[in-house]
Design a protein around this ligand. Sequence first.
Ligand code: 5HY
Length: 248
Amino acid sequence: MRILVVNPNTTASMTEKAGAAARAVAAPGTEIIAANPAMGPASIEGYYDEALAVPGLLEVIAAHGRAAPGIDGVVIACFDDVGLDAARCLSAVPVVGICEAAMKTATLLGGRFSVVTTMPRSIPALEHLAERYGVAGRCRVRAAGVPVLALEDPTSGAVERVRDTIRQAIAEDGAESVVLGCAGMADLARALTAEMGVPVVDGVTAAVKLVEGLAVLGLRTGKTGGYAFPLPKPYAGDMARFAPAPQP
Ligand code: 5HY
């Protein structure tokens, strides 16, 4: 089985970190391909970055979808589940976003959970996703107040800020589990689970196990409704190369 883990931003160290976390939990025989686009934002913090990360994300998925041997599933390794719906239209194989994977995993581990993300500007988008995934009533979203790329710098103090925010979530929200709200935190889950005394969920690894499960069950995205393949039509200007091709 081959799973594409795509980081929609252009920071290679974050892609490597997500790839390493995925490989650490992948089943024997599962090959992880970690990739990021060459175009787009260096990190995704808020709606504007999110919107402009989508074309690069879709280009990476399309390229791997056309490649041989193909892929059996896709993980979108950004906690905003960037371009999830468009990716499910484009791809024939299961596509799972790390936010949805982590939030739904947390619902299996207790009643209330808190999400600890990076910047306050990321909170509204994640609250919308919690609504969409049907978990808003049992989830609180908090920000550690650290830029995404500070997680790539061990001298930045970012991890300590994340720790402090988790402790606050446990003390003040009654969080029975905590979800790490950024792919850049994928390497922290196990140590934080041991330290904090509550399950700390990382979305990258949760999504890999979900995609493996769907592939083993032989289940793929339904193509009769909203996730049908895009209709072929001309695209103009710089977007011409994104014009949907007729399905074989
Ligand atoms: C992420 N941004 O997982 C999100 C987290 C955030 O570049 N990778 C990013 O803060 O929204």
